[in-house]
Design a protein around this ligand. Structure first.
Ligand code: NAD
Ligand code: LMR
Length: 327
């Protein structure tokens, strides 16, 4: 039996937490032979901690063979202690009429503190995945606090956008979802993100050839994927949760699976023309569990270049807006 992985989860009693934890404990994230200890972190509010207790009771009641322990705490230095993975979900979600960037100042503060504590107490091999919005910039803020852990350990999630884009292409082409490959998300997890349809294939052929409708690909397709989060808030009155949790399972599972190729927001280091210091979605290939290399060299046409410039500009503006929070 492998040694258990310690998985810290913030916002564990929230909507996404409730959809996520049972799948982590069942083995969907780290595999059917990998035991886990869940270190659940919540805000120090009596009602919330009580709800967390209920979630822990339900986890117990599932009798998951891989679940070797549950920590419940509102103290981040306890929750992140020796954690191998830190899943940063806890943050305010946006409501109707808000953009994700409207959350920056409030949520940014959470990520300053958590970045600092993770750097001090998490395991030497710690990996961090940020979901709380605005995810790219929160990830940048958390990473800026770290001295021990390198920036490449900090990733933000754009996998929900990749999954959304894959489904939209399959529906338009009238094919099974599994026929769609290599659809990657570039830039910010916001309406400016760019789903690079030109590199996607459908049944082994170029997506543009199969769909044969450039106006749809450049217009409604990009718009539907970019504004899907708002469409869900308008329909449900709450932001996406089960699909977000599912995307986080995919994000981490792909990051621990050597050879997996997937979209992740990482420190750009200048790839694809992004400012070197922003966290931008781009395709990566997992090398060893938890580590990855950016797949460079996808050619961009003029339309793609203008979309990349727009999403990069927004990321730089977010960075400037939180300049006082970055170390
Ligand atoms: P929620 O309000 O249901 O749950 C958030 C939880 O975080 C709450 O239980 C709250 O008590 C907790 N929390 C707040 N501050 C905390 C702190 N400092 N430490 C620990 N816990 C803390 O929200 P949700 O629907 O689960 O969404 C959480 C975040 O994820 C939001 O910011 C939302 O916008 C974002 N989100 C991102 C994506 C994505 O694709 N990146 C998708 C969906 C939602
Ligand atoms: C989403 O994309 O569904 C989430 O980021 C929630 C939101 O605010 O859109």
């Amino acid at each position: 039996m492998k040694a258990p992985l310690r998985v810290a989860v913030t916002g564990a009693a929230g909507q996404i937490g409730y959809s996520l934890l049972f799948r982590v404990a069942s083995g969907a994230m780290f595999g059917p032979d990998q035991p886990v200890i869940l270190q659940l972190i919540e805000a120090p509010i009596e009602k919330v901690m009580k709800a967390l207790e209920g979630v822990a009771m339900e986890l117990d009641d599932c009798a998951f063979p891989l679940l070797k322990g549950i920590v419940q705490t509102s103290d981040a230095s306890v929750g992140f202690k020796d954690a191998n993975w830190c899943l940063l979900i806890g943050a305010k979600p946006r409501g109707p009429g808000m953009e994700r960037a409207d959350l920056l100042k409030d949520n940014g503060k959470i990520f300053i503190e958590q970045g600092r504590i993770i750097d001090a107490v998490a395991a030497a091999d710690a990996r961090i995945a940020v979901v709380g919005n605005p995810a790219n910039t929160n990830c940048m803020i958390a990473a800026s606090q770290a001295k021990r852990l390198s920036a490449d350990r900090f990733t933000a999630m754009v996998r929900l956008d990749q999954n959304r884009a894959q489904t939209q292409l399959a529906k338009k082409a009238g094919v099974d979802l599994t026929a769609v490959k290599n659809i990657f998300i570039y830039g910010n997890h916001s309406p400016t993100m760019f789903p690079a349809y030109a590199h996607a294939t459908i049944g082994g052929k170029a997506s543009a050839e199969v769909i044969n409708d450039t106006a749809w690909l450049q217009g409604p397709f990009c718009e539907t994927v970019g504004k899907r989060g708002a469409a869900i808030i308008a329909a449900r009155g709450l932001s996406s949760a089960a699909s977000a949790a599912n995307a986080l399972v995919d994000h981490v599972h792909s990051l621990v699976t050597p050879g997996a190729i997937h979209s992740v927001a990482v420190k750009s280091n200048g790839h694809y023309g992004f400012d070197a210091n922003v966290w931008a979605g781009m395709p990566v290939r997992t090398t060893t569990p938890g580590s990855y290399e950016v797949i460079t060299g996808y050619a961009m046409d003029d339309f793609a270049k203008s979309k990349l410039a727009t999403t990069n500009k927004e990321l730089m503006e977010e960075r400037a807006f939180v300049a006082d929070m970055i170390k």
